[in-house]
Design a protein. Structure first.
Length: 147
């Protein structure tokens, strides 16, 4: 009987952990490190840079590469840089990368605006990129008459 209770608790805990991780996957959040004044090996974009940390055997990294490449191609002055996490452990430690793919959005000054772990959706990348490209835009909604 004790074995069944232990099995039940383990299944519930595993399911809850899986749901939490699934919910967080690809979500943009504020970055812990705000400045990215490091050498990525490539120049930053004029307006913004999408930095992706990947590994060779990461399946979601290929889809992330495609999404970020499409977004960088759509927005002038935005560059996509892919970093091999296995060969650049210095950057992995600096930016506290715990899993791949991890994406950082940098503004034109090289400051981190947002970060995400997991496969981000294209619409979410575009929305987060707006914070880097247009940092002084008022995001509060107003009526047409100014109220």
């Amino acid at each position: 009987m004790n074995g069944l209770v232990l099995l039940g608790v383990t299944l519930v805990a595993g399911t809850l952990l899986g749901l939490v991780l699934r919910r967080r996957d690809g979500r943009w959040r504020a970055a812990k490190v705000k400045e990215a004044r490091v050498d990525f090996g490539e120049p930053l974009g004029e307006r913004a840079t999408l930095v992706q940390f990947s590994t060779a055997f990461c399946a979601p990294c290929r889809a992330t590469r495609r999404v970020l490449g499409e977004v960088a191609g759509m927005v002038p002055g935005v560059r996509h840089i892919e970093i091999d996490a296995e060969s650049r452990l210095d950057l992995v430690r600096t930016f506290d990368v715990l899993r791949t793919p991890t994406t950082l959005i940098l503004d034109s000054s090289g400051n981190i605006v947002k970060r995400a772990s997991g496969l981000p959706r294209k619409a979410d990348v575009i929305a987060a990129l707006g914070l880097a490209v247009l940092p002084n835009v008022d995001t509060t909604s107003q009526h047409a008459d100014g109220k």
